[in-house]
Design a protein around this ligand. Structure first.
Ligand code: GUN
Length: 283
């Protein structure tokens, strides 16, 4: 069993982005800029946003944070998105989800200029991914693919099972695995005999949002297990969707939480922002 080191792979990706950013500054005088919008005071979102800002500093981007109060109105948020759409020094716009309940996240995502949509959440970008002709890949699924590549884990012809069908992770994850010729199954809360399906998986991706949901009896011997969860266990300790301690000995590869998928999401965000800056400057 080998633990996939997301921190290490993420550092390598960020180093590559840092080098390319230096080059972009030298050759074109351009510094990529990312705007991160956070509404309200969800503690998990606060941590993510801080990590995104730190990563920007590391790779040499300009980053702007817009921290809005929980009672921000839909119109105020849409106005901010429009301002950022029109700001030349901002190449990427990320609105941290979830938004407070009174706000309509679909309308906010739809308002982002698709060329600045570094999360790849806008319908235009989702559609392009479906067609296999994309500029940006969704950060978490693309981060997972990057980890698989880094460990030379072949996807083609493998049984890939994704648990979870969210627009942010499950659905695009399935699509990226399909692009690499995996035989893909998506499971969800209505799936019958879940363990029977997951036991067929050569590559199992857990994106359910429930602590230690995937137990050893659900995993095939020698499987690659990817844990997208960011949950809290009964003691309030950070854990994933996979019961790591019991599952790990059955796997060929497994990602830990923390230090697995999480850092890769941010590394992809940096790649996307650099790409956005290049596209917007016709480079
Ligand atoms: N909330 C959880 N994951 C993400 C993400 O990748 N992007 C944004 N904007 N919000 C999130």
């Amino acid at each position: 069993m080998q633990i996939i080191d997301g921190k290490k792979v993420s550092s390598e990706v960020k180093e590559e982005v840092r080098q390319q950013t230096l080059k972009l500054k030298e050759t074109h005088g351009i510094t990529p800029g990312l705007a991160v919008v956070i509404v309200g005071d969800d503690p998990a979102s606060r941590v993510y946003v801080n990590n995104k800002k730190k990563a920007c500093e590391l790779v040499g981007f300009k980053s702007e944070e817009y921290a809005l109060p929980a009672e921000t109105t839909q119109q105020e948020l849409l106005n901010l998105v429009e301002t950022l759409n029109n700001k030349d020094d901002i190449n990427g716009i990320l609105v941290q989800l979830p938004l407070p309940k009174h706000l309509d996240d679909k309308a906010v995502i739809a308002a982002i200029n698709p060329k600045k949509d570094v999360d790849a959440f806008h319908a235009v970008n989702v559609g392009k991914i479906m067609l296999g002709e994309y500029d940006f890949l969704p950060c978490t699924p693309a981060g997972v693919m990057e980890m698989l590549h880094s460990y030379n884990i072949e996807v083609s012809g493998k049984n890939c099972v994704v648990i979870g069908r969210s627009n942010i992770v499950g659905k695009p994850m399935a699509m990226l695995l399909l692009h690499e010729n995996g035989t893909v199954t998506i499971c969800h809360s209505r799936t019958k005999n879940l363990a029977e399906v997951t036991k067929q998986a050569d590559i199992l991706v857990a994106a359910v949002g429930r602590p230690k949901f995937v137990t050893a009896d659900m995993v095939k011997d020698g499987a690659v297990v990817i844990d997208v969860g960011m949950d809290r266990d009964e003691n309030g300790k950070l854990c994933g969707d996979v019961d790591f301690e019991n599952v790990k000995d059955k796997c060929s590869y497994i990602t830990p939480v923390p230090g697995g998928v999480g850092p890769m999401t941010i590394a992809t965000l940096m790649k996307n922002t650099l790409k956005a800056a290049k596209i917007q400057n016709n480079i």
